[in-house]
Design a protein around this ligand. Structure first.
Ligand code: HEC
Length: 289
């Protein structure tokens, strides 16, 4: 069923440079990633979970509320985690910044293939999770919901709801905060190679939260949103099984950088697209005066 093997070959490094593509205000990689965190976080606030129910008529469930309450207490579950966000961040939420993040979350501009974005896989109607059993990235039928079809990726998209509070992300926790606190970058953030432990170093003044670091990754994934355009017949083709997905649509995948990775060139290509859109430059300018 899964048509795509792992993409470790094209996992790349990310550049620390903030290139200005057009004179005036421009979008930086860190700014872009930070917004995605805020989008996720700001989407959470109205959603409250009650830790108990008001009772039941079913005799077979006698004591179940107390037992459940004991378990939840033991797990330190309050149902009010989201209300701690500003305190954990150490600042107020900034609605102008959250607005840019909201726009990016739903905009295929972040996917070079022009047909997928975060919300294609992490859909609000599904708890910011998947609407199908295994994620479908590029070349979908553009439906988000049970009718979504297209080439499968390898895994189901987890819910992005509440991830701002998780010290480890992804199904196996491979993107994580060694400090044990996603709001604490004093030990940097750990990602698999080639990002490794050096890409998001301790005390980075901008990448302060694990989710900011995480957001650097999805736009670089060929299967998820970047696509395969321009890869067929090149030295960096993944072979015939993937060449069939080079449909010529969207922005071509840039060649690897001198280190042999394409994450940074892809990120820069996404920034170039954003910088060509005056409305985004205005939005970013308003959010980061
Ligand atoms: C093609 C579908 C797809 C797209 C597009 C996508 N994701 Fe994901 N996302 C996934 C899958 C699948 C995983 C889990 C992968 C794994 O564990 O190996 C995941 C994991 C995550 C997680 C970790 C959640 C957790 O509970 O650990 C976050 C956060 C996340 N994605 C945010 C984003 C953001 C931000 C974007 C847009 C920039 C994005 N995703 C785009 C499919 C997608």
């Amino acid at each position: 069923m899964n048509k795509f093997p792992p993409f470790t070959r094209f996992d790349g490094r990310h550049s620390r440079s903030n290139k200005r593509v057009i004179p005036g205000w421009s979008v930086s990689p860190k700014g872009l990633a930070g917004l995605l965190l805020l989008t996720i976080a700001s989407g959470l606030i109205p959603l409250r979970v009650e830790a108990y129910s008001k009772g039941s008529d079913d005799a077979g469930t006698e004591g179940i509320d107390a037992r459940l309450a004991a378990i939840l207490t033991n797990l330190k579950f309050t149902g009010k985690m989201e209300s701690t966000l500003e305190q954990r961040l150490g600042r107020k939420l900034n609605p102008a910044v959250a607005k840019v993040g909201q726009m990016l979350w739903f905009d295929t501009v972040t996917g070079l293939h022009d047909d997928n974005t975060c919300a294609g896989c992490h859909a609000p109607a599904f708890g910011f999770g998947d609407s199908v059993s295994i994620a479908i990235g590029v070349q979908s039928n553009l439906v988000v919901g049970p009718g979504r079809s297209g080439p499968f990726n390898q895994r189901r998209s987890p819910k992005a709801l509440n991830i701002a509070f998780y010290p480890a992300l992804m199904w196996n926790g491979r993107f994580n905060a060694p400090s044990g606190d996603p709001f604490d970058n004093s030990q940097g953030f750990l990602f698999p190679a080639p990002e490794g432990s050096l890409q998001f170093p301790p005390h980075d003044p901008v990448i302060k939260h694990l989710a900011q670091a995480q957001a650097h990754i999805p736009p670089t994934e060929l299967t998820e949103s970047a696509g395969f355009t321009g890869t067929r017949g090149t030295s960096f083709s993944l072979g015939p099984r993937f060449d069939i997905f080079d449909d010529g649509k969207g922005t071509p995948i840039p060649p690897p950088d001198s280190a042999g990775f394409r994450n940074d060139p892809i990120r820069q290509a996404v920034l170039d697209r954003l910088n060509l859109i005056p409305a985004y430059r205005q939005l970013f300018g308003d959010a980061f005066p």
